[in-house]
Design a protein around this ligand. Structure first.
Ligand SMILES: [Zn+2]
Length: 645
């Protein structure tokens, strides 16, 4: 609790103010203090003319040994230093090391925790790391010194990597696939054998950015990933009986699929409805795999401009697919999966189409949903959803995990530090994807102001701005998913109350930061720039702090003069987070009138007298009659004229 208190205190420090220091500006409307804009990140929220980002291209050859559940791989990493800095070493992420016996993650997570390894001991064995020299007298392979730090590995380059320079590294590695890989990857045994969901499966170079240099946060389980973009060339060798689903385009279908399967895939790609590639009746049948002398097959995939690659493999996949606008939508699930998985491809297609039409066109050639042990996890072009999920639960997890293709797969924010920028934004777009599929549902859990107010009133709320690993696990869903989603919903629907203006700004943010690394300041600035609105008060109160909304109508008086009768409505905002005020006035004749007062009524303090010419006596005034705002105390929202004595 101490650490958390300190964090809250730090976040609640008054921001730098344009006023002289002796005049403390404590108004909730003071400008939000953001890092000074520069040529890399503009004050407008756009990437600047000197924006740079590192590039990482990978070639990976890996073999899955299903007897030992081991993956052995060799990797070539081609790294381009686009930064203005000379690098003497690279930091790599060795996420599998969370499963080492004495890892920090193992110490932090109770054995049965969602993000734990459930007692599994494993981790990476790195056979070698060496530099590749292709030209000159020193052509060849040069062993490099490394130094491990938990889930991070520092690789010392044999010569400094100057700005604009390229480094090529080769490394070889092995690890045993855990059964429960922190609910992000793993394996499970079904009647037809083991099903593998493979992710965080190769040493990945950490992000080096202009904001903080190397991003070396440990992988502790709860916090996700922050990765560079690049192209991948991946070869995965599995037993011949296996089928592989992976990020990327399958380039050797002729070798790994039957003639029938290739014909069905071609048909599926042009079909709006789901086409079976391997129907249930063919699962595990010898004729469902191409014949050949070798016991293994190598599946080859390529992927462009992605931040990661993940894959799944099993001998018992049902496989179906459809197409949308040239995108192949696919599902892979074992026969034991919930029967509703037969609708997975329909759910996935709806999601990809909906997000593409509403926000930003899906840029990749395929989108895949795999059923297995992982409850819900996202990677570029491929997501893992729990095989027990069914009905609206399966729709919900599918549309959520696929929504991550936009945040953070296309808009590459730092998940480990700012989970709200992917989980929250994604949960927000899920509201509309769900509404579009089930037109009978209004936002229930997500975006629901009443539910949020109930939670906020509990006092358990923590700032969304906290890094994921510093949010108490039971509050992760509220802090990083629901709260930011509810906030954006509130902004779009009720604060701005202008959905077209919000949507244009949100799309602009996605366009500006697609395949880049935005920070919270870039998001806030970009939205304000496109909306034409200073929202410091909202960003601070909602994302940095745990301020609550509490709007009240204290009393109402009438005043009559030669010009007529006015009502004086005495309003107050005892909560720290101001909001616009929707008022409903009811007159003695029963007529009602709705009035919207802008948030600026609170500029001079948390009391405001609203004066309005009225045709007849006001008998009732109600704030937020539609309950659109997350008001933690509704008891003070209504004034009613007391009955005459
Ligand atoms: Zn998520």
């Amino acid at each position: 609790m101490l650490a958390l208190t300190l964090v809250l205190a730090a976040l609640q420090q008054p921001a730098a103010s344009p006023l002289p220091p002796q005049v403390g500006d404590t108004s909730p409307f003071r400008r939000l203090a953001l890092p000074a804009p520069n040529e890399v990140r503009e004050g407008s929220g756009r990437p600047g003319p000197r924006y740079w980002q590192q590039r990482a291209d990978y070639t990976i050859r890996a073999t899955l040994d299903t007897a030992t559940h081991t993956i052995a791989g060799s990797e070539t990493l081609r790294y381009v230093n686009n930064s203005p800095d000379t690098l003497r070493y690279l930091w790599l992420q060795l996420d599998q090391n969370i499963y080492k016996a004495n890892s920090r993650g193992a110490a932090l997570n109770p054995t049965d925790a969602r993000f734990a390894g459930r007692g599994f001991e494993g981790g990476y064995t790195i056979d070698y790391v060496r530099a590749v020299r292709r030209v000159g007298q020193a052509a060849g392979r040069i062993p490099l010194a490394t130094s491990g730090n938990g889930t991070m590995l520092r690789v010392d380059l044999d010569r400094p990597l100057a700005p604009g320079g390229r480094a090529e590294l080769e490394l070889a590695y092995r690890f045993e696939v855990p059964e429960h890989g922190s609910d992000r990857m793993g394996r499970e045994q079904f009647a037809g054998g083991w099903l593998y969901e493979v992710a965080q499966w190769y040493p990945r170079v950490a992000v080096y950015d202009d904001v903080r240099g190397w991003n070396t946060e440990q992988y502790l389980g709860q916090g996700e990933f922050y990765l560079e973009y690049g192209d991948f060339d991946v070869s995965i060798t599995v037993p011949r009986s296996f089928v592989v689903a992976s990020t990327g385009t399958l380039t050797n279908a002729v070798e790994v699929l039957t003639v029938n399967q290739r014909a069905r895939l071609a048909r599926a790609a042009r079909s709006d409805t789901t086409v079976a590639i391997i129907p249930k009746t063919e699962v595990g049948q010898p004729f469902s795999r191409p014949a050949g002398p070798r016991p293994t097959l190598t599946w080859h995939f390529t992927a462009k401009n992605v931040r990661d690659v993940a894959w799944a493999a099993a001998a018992n996949f049902i496989w179906d697919a459809s197409g949308y606008d040239g995108i192949l939508i696919q599902s892979f699930y074992p026969p034991e999966a919930n029967a509703d998985w037969a609708r997975s491809t329909e759910y996935a297609r709806h999601s990809i189409k909906h997000y593409s039409e509403k926000w930003f066109r899906y840029p990749y050639p395929t989108a895949i949903n795999v059923a297995g042990p992982v409850g819900g996890m996202e990677y570029p072009m491929i997501v893992f959803c729990g095989h027990r999920a069914g009905d609206r639960g399966l729709f919900g997890v599918t549309t959520h995990e696929l929504g991550h293709e936009w945040f953070p797969m296309v808009v590459g924010s730092n998940e480990r530090l700012y989970a709200w920028m992917d989980e929250g934004f994604n949960t927000f777009i899920n509201i509309y994807s769900t509404l579009a599929f089930y037109s009978d549902t209004a936002p229930r859990d997500r975006g629901n102001a009443i539910q949020w107010a109930r939670f906020a009133a509990s006092g358990l709320d923590v700032p969304s701005m906290l890094p994921a690993d510093r949010v108490p696990p039971p509050l992760l869903g509220q802090a990083e998913y629901n709260k930011p989603a509810t906030g954006l919903y509130l902004l779009r629907e009720h604060i701005l109350a202008d959905t077209a203006r919000f949507d244009a700004a949100f799309r602009e943010y996605i366009r500006r930061w697609a395949y880049k690394h935005p920070t919270p300041a870039d998001f806030f600035r970009s939205m304000e720039d496109r909306l034409g609105e200073d929202l410091s008060w909202f960003w601070r109160g909602w994302f940095y702090r745990t301020d609550v909304v509490d709007l009240a109508v204290d009393s109402v008086r009438a005043r009559t003069d030669s010009t007529g009768t006015s009502a004086l409505v005495y309003l107050s905002s005892p909560g720290a987070l101001p909001m616009p005020v929707d008022l409903r006035l009811t007159y003695a004749n029963g007529a009602t009138e709705d009035v919207r007062l802008p948030v600026e009524i609170w500029y001079l303090g948390n009391r405001y007298t609203y004066q309005r010419k009225v045709p007849t006596e006001v008998v009732k005034v109600e704030i937020d009659p539609k309950q659109n705002f997350p008001d933690v105390r509704r008891g003070n929202n209504t004034w009613q004229k007391s009955a005459s004595p």
